[in-house]
Ligand binder design. Structure first.
Ligand SMILES: Nc1ncnc2c1ncn2[C@@H]1O[C@H](COP(=O)(O)OP(=O)(O)OP(=O)(O)O)[C@@H](O)[C@H]1O
Ligand SMILES: [Mg+2]
Length: 364
């Protein structure tokens, strides 16, 4: 069990800054997900926490102890890499017991812990098998088992499900969460997959270009993104971004596109730009005969219980989501409205969300 605190962490390679002034706290037992596109600095952050990389500046605390310059082996952390390596000359049981042998744990205890971990991961029946012949799913379990068996204070996982196919990934996501509930070790999990992050995290830390943009609970990140980047990165299909007339005044609760009025949550600041960007998630667009946005459906895509439909409107092409039971015909004319309380405005100059009633009473 461990609390982790990162203070102003930086990593510079030659003249390239891979991690820029990162600060965050992770509570004991939390499942904390670092999310961001390729190259944004996720692995570098994780490697510094693990003790595999020395920070250029900043500090790392585990349970209030400064571990910034401690070796990896002194930090009681287990690491699962995306490209995990198993000892191919050993069978599954020996792969699992190896970390404990290195710690000089007694044979009887090793045996018990191997069985315990094998049970959790449901690999009891393959303990005697060579790892060479295993499916990638089983190999992944063995790699996880080897990290789990140490009962570390902290788990660091760098895209541990990256190599798996979609169906197995789904299954392993659920298993990892169950596992986390059972053992409750503080976990930092890295992924570039926003769906994985949304479904697993207690809190998500979104990074881009070496910087942390926002940290929050999955639903807060989804509903109250503080930048256009976060708004666009989280959610699939992507949020619709519509350019509206600018020059907004504090207290106003509508925006315009030419003469078309869209009601929005009351805004709390002035905006002096010519334009403003309106963000609308697909599920917050509905077909509504009392609406004021007319358009033509130019595509319908069924996704089981939901359907996506694309509508050409005077605001541009919009992607909307509805229940499959709604009868939406390709080529038909429709009238739309937006769910007012969900709408977000972004300042086009710095891509930051404009403060409004939506963000009231929240820490984001
Ligand atoms: N040893 C190194 N020397 C120079 N540059 C490095 C080194 N390690 C990482 N970088 C650079 O730092 C940046 C961040 O890399 P990092 O591996 O942390 O990204 P990431 O977010 O984990 O990306 P991915 O999702 O692709 O794994 C990248 O541009 C990378 O090229
Ligand atoms: Mg990486």
């Amino acid at each position: 069990m461990a609390d982790i605190e990162i203070k102003n962490l930086c990593k510079v390679y030659d003249d390239f800054t891979a991690v820029k002034d990162s600060s965050f706290k992770i509570k004991n037992g939390e499942f904390f997900v670092m999310l961001g596109p390729s190259g944004c600095g996720k692995t570098t952050t994780l490697r510094m926490i693990a003790g595999l990389e020395i920070p250029t500046s900043g500090q790392i605390f585990i349970d209030n102890k400064d571990v910034t310059f401690l070796r990896a082996s002194q930090r009681d952390i287990a690491f699962v890499f995306q490209m995990f390596a198993l000892y191919s000359h050993m069978n599954v049981e020996k792969n699992l017991s190896f970390p404990l042998k290195m710690q000089h744990v007694k044979r009887k205890e090793i045996k018990e812990r191997v069985l315990e971990v094998a049970k959790i991961l449901r690999i009891e029946q393959i303990l005697k098998k060579s790892v060479n012949g295993l499916s990638s799913g089983d190999r992944q379990r063995v790699a996880l088992g080897r990290a789990l068996i140490r009962k570390p204070k902290v788990f660091l996982m760098d895209e541990p499900l990256g190599a798996l196919d979609a169906k197995f990934r789904d299954l392993m996501t659920k298993e990892l969460l169950l596992l986390h509930k059972r053992i409750n070790a503080t976990t930092i999990y890295v992924t570039h997959d926003q769906l994985e992050a949304m479904s697993m995290a207690d809190r998500i830390c979104v990074m881009n270009q070496s910087e942390i943009l926002q940290i929050g609970k999955p639903l807060d990140i989804y509903r109250k993104p503080t930048t256009r980047f976060v708004a666009g990165f989280v959610g699939s299909p992507e949020m619709n971004f519509i350019t509206m007339n600018g020059h907004l005044k504090k207290g106003q609760s509508e925006v315009f596109f030419k003469d078309l009025k869209i009601s929005v949550p009351k805004i709390h600041e002035d905006l002096d730009e010519d334009k403003v960007i309106l963000g609308v998630r697909p599920e917050n667009i509905k077909i509504d005969n009392n609406g004021n946005i007319s358009g033509k459906v130019i595509g319908v895509e069924y996704l089981g219980s939901r359907q996506l439909f694309m509508v050409e409107t005077e605001l541009g092409l919009l992607t909307a989501r509805a229940h499959s039971k709604e009868n939406i015909q390709n080529g038909s004319n429709v009238v739309l409205s937006f769910k007012t309380e969900s709408l977000i405005l972004f300042n086009p100059k710095n891509d930051k969300a404009i403060k409004s009633d939506l963000y009231e009473d929240s820490n984001v």
